[in-house]
Design a protein around this ligand. Structure first.
Ligand code: XMP
Length: 177
């Protein structure tokens, strides 16, 4: 059973500062557009909430929706994508910003992009808190990235291991006992 390393990988303050910087980049791209933010559950719930509060500070007031996509079992991606909850809003003709916690193999983001494109979005951009480029399988990149990290299993700030640790306000790393 892996245990949590005591020192954070990325602290609460580092996340906050980085989000402020990211939103300045996003705001330049978003101005004047009819924005719908679509968070990918469950991992992005905290990141999405903090991101839209930063958008608010920049006078950007998007519609907000979520989809629930999963492919994970413990720390392993099964490769098979499942849509467990659809969007509630109509994204036809809208500028959609997909928000995810981590870009790992890329299957989830690729699936979400394809799905939202099929639903008629006019433009789709993607924003992830963490990017693990070394693990990529699908040919996909995020337009906005918070932190690029090595191949370690990260928990906290919405990310979990078997449902635990989502509540941590910082990002931590699991290590084998
Ligand atoms: P893919 O492989 O589809 O992964 O790019 C995206 C989803 O996989 C989960 N994931 C992780 N969850 N720590 C986690 O808690 C990790 O290090 C990790 N890597 C991938 C996550 O749900 C993400 O949305």
């Amino acid at each position: 059973m892996p245990i949590l390393r005591s020192e954070p990988l990325i602290t609460e303050l580092e996340i906050k500062v980085r989000l402020g910087q990211m939103v300045l980049d996003l705001a330049r791209d978003l101005r004047g557009k009819e924005l719908t933010v679509v968070g990918i559950l469950r991992g992005s719930f905290m990141f999405t909430a903090d991101l839209v509060r930063q958008l608010y500070i920049n006078d950007i007031h998007p519609l907000i929706d979520f989809i629930f996509v999963t492919s994970y079992d413990g720390t392993e991606s099964t490769g098979e994508m499942r849509l467990l909850k659809d969007m509630s809003l109509d994204v036809r003709g809208r500028y959609v910003l997909i928000v995810d916690d981590i870009l790992d193999t890329g299957r989830t983001l690729q699936f979400a992009k394809d799905y939202i494109s099929q639903r008629g979005a006019a433009q789709i951009n993607t924003c992830v808190l963490l990017d693990k480029p070394s693990r990529r399988i699908a040919d996909v990149q995020a337009d906005f990235v918070g932190f690029t990290i090595d191949d370690v299993f990260v928990v906290g700030y919405g990310l979990d291991f078997n449902g635990r640790y989502r509540d941590l306000p910082y990002l931590g790393v699991l290590k084998e006992e």
